[in-house]
Structure formats: C-alpha cells, structure tokens
Design a protein around this ligand. Sequence first.
Ligand SMILES: Nc1ncnc2c1ncn2[C@@H]1O[C@H](COP(=O)(O)OP(=O)(O)OP(=O)(O)O)[C@@H](O)[C@H]1O
Ligand SMILES: [Mg+2]
Length: 452
Amino acid sequence: MHDTTQDTARDDILIVEDSGLYVKHFETVFSTTSYSVSIITNGTAAWEKLKTAQPKILLLDWNLPGLDGVTICRRLREHKCASYVFVIMLTSMQRLEDIMTGFDAGADDYMVKPFEPAVLRAKVRVGMRLSDLEASNNNKIQLLARANLRQQSLIQTLEEKNRVISQQAQDIQKAQKQLVETARRAGMAEIATSVLHNVGNLLNSAMTSSTVIREAVGHSKVSTLSRLAEILRTRPEGLLEFVRSDPRGQKLTDFITEIAAALTAEHQLVAEKLQILAESQEQIRQIIALQQSYAGVTGVKDSIHLPGLIEDATRLFIESFKKHEIAISCDFVRELPAINVEKHKLLQILINLLQNARDATKSRNREDRLILIAVASKSPGTVAIELTDNGVGISPEVQQRIFNYGFTTKAGGHGFGLHGCANLAREMGGTLAASSPGPEQGATFTLTLPIK
Ligand SMILES: Nc1ncnc2c1ncn2[C@@H]1O[C@H](COP(=O)(O)OP(=O)(O)OP(=O)(O)O)[C@@H](O)[C@H]1O
Ligand SMILES: [Mg+2]
C-alpha cells in the first residue's frame, strides 16, 4: 500500500482521503486482503492521477483539500476512461440530499462514516466482480471487433476474387464466342474446299469428254460427204454409167458404206461423251445442292439401286481408265436391297474413291492394273461397298492419317477427298474404313451404309 501521485499502473483500489486517522483505518481494513491499494490525500492530485490511470475501485471522500469528492466523481464520469471505475463515496455527509448528490454525481455506492470494515470489504468485492465482468466483456468485445475486422478483410478479399472470377468468366465467354466463330468459319472453309474439290473432279471428267468430242468433230468424216455430193452433182445424167464403168464410180458404194459406218461410230462416241457431260453437269448441280443442305435445307433421300449408281460413277472414269490401262470389274450379290440415302452424297464418295484407286494403280508399274468393286450385305441391316485396287498400297503410318483433313502424299494432291468422304459417310449414318496389307500391295476402302 503506498501514497503516490506518480504511479500509472492500474490499482485495484485508490483511496482519496485526507484524514490521517482514516488513512490508517483503511490500511488496517485492507491489510488482510491481497488488493493493491494506493492512497492520495489531495483532491486535485487525485484528479490528476485519475485522468491517466484509473483504479478498479475508487473510495472517495467528499471534503478534500483541492477538488472535492463530488466534483472528482462528476469529472470522472465525463472523462473518457479506458475502463469502468467503480466509485464508492465514503463520507461523513449523511443527509438524504447529500447521498442523492453523490449518486447524481455518478457514484455507484455511498457509505457514511464511520463504517463497518466488513461491509466496506463486501462492497469492494461487489465492485471488483463488476469490474472483472466489465474487463471480460471488454475483452470479448475486442476479440469480436478483431474477428469482425478479419471477416471484413476476408469479405474484401472474396469480393476482389469474385471480381477477378467474373472478369475471367467474361473473358472466357468472349473467347468462347470467338472460338465458335472461328470454328464456324473453318467449317465453312472446309465445306467450300470440299465443294471446289468435288466440282474440280467432275470438271476434269467433263473436260476429258469434251476433248474427245472436239477431236471427234475435228476429224469428222462429214467433210467427205460434201465431196460425194460434188461428184453426184457434176454427173447427174450419166450417174448410172459412171458407177458402172468409171473405176472411181465403182468405189462409190464402198465409199458411201464407209462414210455411213464412220458417221455412226462418231455419232455414238459423241452421244456417249455428251451423256458423261450431262452427268457431270448434274453432279455439279447436286454438289451445289449439297452445299445448300449445309446451309439448312434438308437433303432429300432417294431409294438407290446400288449397281446402277456405281455404273454411273465408273462411267465418269471410262476415258481416264482407258488411258492408264486400268481394268474395272464389279461384283454384286443378287437381290441387293435398295437403300435410302442422299444420292449425291453417295456419288461423291464413289467418285473420290475411284479417283484415289486410279491414282494408286497408275502409280504402280505393272501390266494388270485392276479396280474391283464388290457390294454385299455382310451384317444384318447394312450394306457394304468394297473398292479394292492393286495399286501402291498404304503403309501403317499413312493409314493412321489417311482421313485427316489436308493429308496427302501426292504431288498435286490436296488431302480433302477422304476427309470429306468420311464426313459424308457419317452423315448418312454409315462408316468409311481403309485397309491395306502394306506398301505395293493394294488397298481396300469399305463404305458401310445402313439399309433403311
Ligand atoms: N486407294 C489408295 N491407295 C493408296 N493410298 C491411298 C488410296 N487412297 C488414298 N490414299 C492415300 O490417302 C491420301 C489422302 O487421300 P485424299 O483423297 O484425302 O487426298 P488426295 O487424293 O491426296 O488429294 P485430293 O484432295 O485431291 O483428293 C492420299 O494422298 C494417299 O496417300
Ligand atoms: Mg483423293
């Protein structure tokens, strides 16, 4: 227990008392307790200390040198204290209005001197309990405030992350849109490429036919007809005589027969080629229709008689096969069911496969160049068209990439054909497969289609 105005540590009890006798009495009262007790004998000094260091319990006399106890109490209640001070006024002022003045000034309790030490200790214990309770509450409030701060900073972090995520989501959405657009353009480019490729194939075949027609017309025997007409015109009166006696006249019959035969052959050839030209033209029209079907117009399915369609496709290659001395042979099982597919799609596949088979066989240096087409119903509900050639064959490495868009091993190739064929086969609900025993051993392409 000490008498000081300097101590700033929080006392359990601060006694403000100017009477030396009471100071002694207080010392005795609290000697049996473990409280830390400070005593100040001057009111002004007590207030100076209280401004910076507040005890848990303040025992306050009323009449003091300097500031009086009621003023100190009032100032303390107006002052911003770090924690609550339990104030007990201990004074000889005992009128009811004095007691009420003390309470009005902010005292928590009021005791009149002389006092009962046990009662004072009991009141101090109550004050201590309240003070501890307040301290513990303060503690909890501080913990809560800190938790609140942490929570707020967490919320901020979350909000920040949320902003980043929604920004990323927006970026992803944008990228996705761009991807869809790119894919759409790539798809359109692929369709355009495939259309150009197939139209190109047909134009080749059409050009071959038109060359043949041009040559046939160029060397036509028609011109000899005018010579014949001239001979007949100059000898109308002695025509019979001329035919009988003139050696040239005797050859006239043979000459007419020859011209007739030549003109018939010419006519047949031109008609044949014109047929191919017309077919190519029809094919080109259908390819364009196919492009329109990509643009949303649904394709029309036809009931297809396979041997007829395969014959149509091979006819487009007659000249080319003749030129490269490639034989073609077809083997159809009897009573093939008609299948329901889009005719032009099936034709596109056959034309591409025939073109590849031609390229593969002509590149191989052998006499018996051959392409075989077999049609059979190998598993129920499907029909398989097998196109086999004895050409350059396929290595296992090539086999893996053969249907890839843009894959080609040919000098002037594009690598669009098989890729497009596989897509068309899929669109028809079927499959296209390639197999080969190996390089220089030919290849077989199998198109399997459902019979619907
Ligand atoms: N019958 C075949 N025998 C051997 N290899 C073949 C045969 N058919 C295709 N191939 C191989 O597959 C590749 C791809 O064929 P695809 O038809 O897709 O393209 P391409 O014929 O090279 O060019 P294009 O786009 O002009 O058709 C060919 O380059 C060739 O190497
Ligand atoms: Mg090809």
